[in-house]
Design a binder for this molecule. Structure first.
Ligand code: AMP
Ligand code: GLY
Length: 428
């Protein structure tokens, strides 16, 4: 089975690593990364160059294309490929608007009665300013379009909100902005795979968004994850499926934009139950690096069945272990970060049992007889440990992290600690 995988990050490395467990899978990645080049061919085409990617598909005729990042989904790569008869794991451009436009997503949530924060939409600064002057705080300001995790600002008071409007206007993520009620609670990521009809939930996962321990500092793409998340009890999982996921999948289908692929619900579990913060139209990063080592089913078969609309035939099988993923980032991230530092210890970490190291911002250089790895991105590595319980998984991940070194390496020391010292307030 020839699979074209779009993307280059740690998430794609984890997907590719699992896909290659099936010996029949031949992988082509675009643009890929050095780690992906070790698993198959790579072709240097940027994920937003959807016409070049379509030409690549025409030339290589993959049996399946798997789209990792949101940008090509929102640009409509799936539609282009499907119109030429190719099978794709990933939603259409219109269905991906559930991630691509926050206004579209919120309006959709309200149309289908999905629990979410109340909100107002503004088209211009003056109108928003008047609203903000009369509002009570805290509240949350959001840019409408894709903003690489920078489009959300939580404001404790009016002055911060007025500053936030200026920041969001400068992001180039569309002209519209949302002002949202602030929700207090505990966040969790909830993933399902769906072909638009059948919906298969994945084990719950929890991300760690901020750069520093105890949820301090600016937001990042994600600094660590664990899976499953004890916060999501079987009862809560059922509530999420019945009040959020199933009505969303049905709603998208009845509105003529059936969703096929991975639907990611970003949730805030509040004292009044789970509320939707956002939808994403793709796998989470780094949650995928925690999830994949727990999946026992053949991922290629799952993706193919989704693309062919026969997910009802599939049963997902999971290990009953826990996984913890610690992201190691470069000095300066999520601001301007340093590149080109020599990384040591990855191979040593990989020799440990129950450890996987997924590479994101890593460059390889052949130096004499040795192939050396250097930092080449903000989030550099995701180190996953497995264990019979979360504590063991966390310990294993941190032991492996201690093997890996470069100048300026940073990682959070508290991945999983919220789950290990769970605040019962939020456990219904
Ligand atoms: P989003 O891109 O919508 O997921 O927002 C990024 C982060 O901002 C979320 O992961 C939350 O931590 C926070 N956030 C977003 N919306 C709200 C809200 N209404 N109340 C509290 N925190 C929020
Ligand atoms: N882990 C957050 C995201 O993938 O959006």
């Amino acid at each position: 089975m020839k699979i074209l995988l779009i993307g280059s990050g740690g998430r794609e490395h984890a997907l590719a690593w699992h896909l290659k467990k099936n010996p029949q899978v031949k992988l082509i990645s675009a643009p890929g990364s050095p780690a992906l080049a070790a698993l198959g061919e790579t072709v240097q085409i940027a994920p937003d160059n959807i016409s070049a990617l379509t030409i690549l598909a025409r030339q290589r005729k993959p049996d399946l294309t798997v789209i990792g990042p949101e940008v090509p989904l929102v640009l409509g790569l799936t539609d282009l490929l499907r119109s030429e008869g190719f099978l794709v794991f990933g939603p259409s451009g219109r269905a991906a608007q559930i991630e691509g436009s926050k206004v579209f997503a919120k309006d959709f949530m309200v149309r289908h009665n999905l629990p979410t924060a109340s909100y107002a939409v503004f088209y211009d600064f003056e109108e928003a300013k008047q609203y903000l002057e009369a509002a009570s705080y805290p509240l949350v300001l959001k840019a409408d379009g894709l903003a690489q995790g920078k489009g959300v600002i939580i404001c404790g008071k009016l002055e911060a909100a007025l500053k936030a409007i200026c920041t969001l206007s400068g992001l180039g993520a569309g002209k519209r902005m949302l002002v949202e009620e602030y929700l207090a609670g505990e966040e969790s990521s909830f993933f399902v795979i769906t072909d638009g009809k059948t919906v298969l939930p994945l084990p719950s996962a929890q991300d760690h968004k901020t750069i520093y321990d105890n949820d301090c500092g600016p937001n990042t793409g994600g600094m660590g994850a664990y899976c499953p998340a004890p916060l999501i009890s079987p009862h809560l999982k059922n509530t999420i499926m019945e009040t959020i996921i199933k009505p969303a999948v049905t709603g998208l289908a009845t509105e003529g934009t059936p969703f096929s692929g991975l639907l990611y619900a970003g949730l805030m579990v509040t004292l009044n139950g789970p509320k939707l913060l956002e939808f994403n139209a793709r796998f989470g990063d780094p949650e995928t690096q925690a999830l994949m080592p727990l999946l026992k089913s053949d991922l290629a078969e799952v993706f193919l069945a989704t693309a062919e609309g026969r997910l009802e035939d599939i049963k997902l099988e999971w290990s009953d272990q826990s996984a913890a993923t610690v992201v190691m980032s470069a000095e300066g991230y999520p601001g301007a970060y340093r590149k080109g530092d020599l990384i040591t210890g990855i191979d040593k970490a990989r020799e440990r049992p129950n450890v996987e190291v997924f590479e994101a911002g890593v460059e390889y250089r052949q130096e004499g007889r040795s192939l050396n790895r250097y930092t080449n991105g903000g989030r550099v590595l995701a180190v996953t440990g497995l264990g019979d319980n979360l504590q063991k998984a966390v310990d294993t991940a941190y032991e492996a992290v201690s093997d890996i070194k470069w100048a300026g390496a940073h990682y959070r020391r508290d991945i999983g600690s919220k789950a290990l010292h769970q605040n019962l307030l939020y456990s219904p």
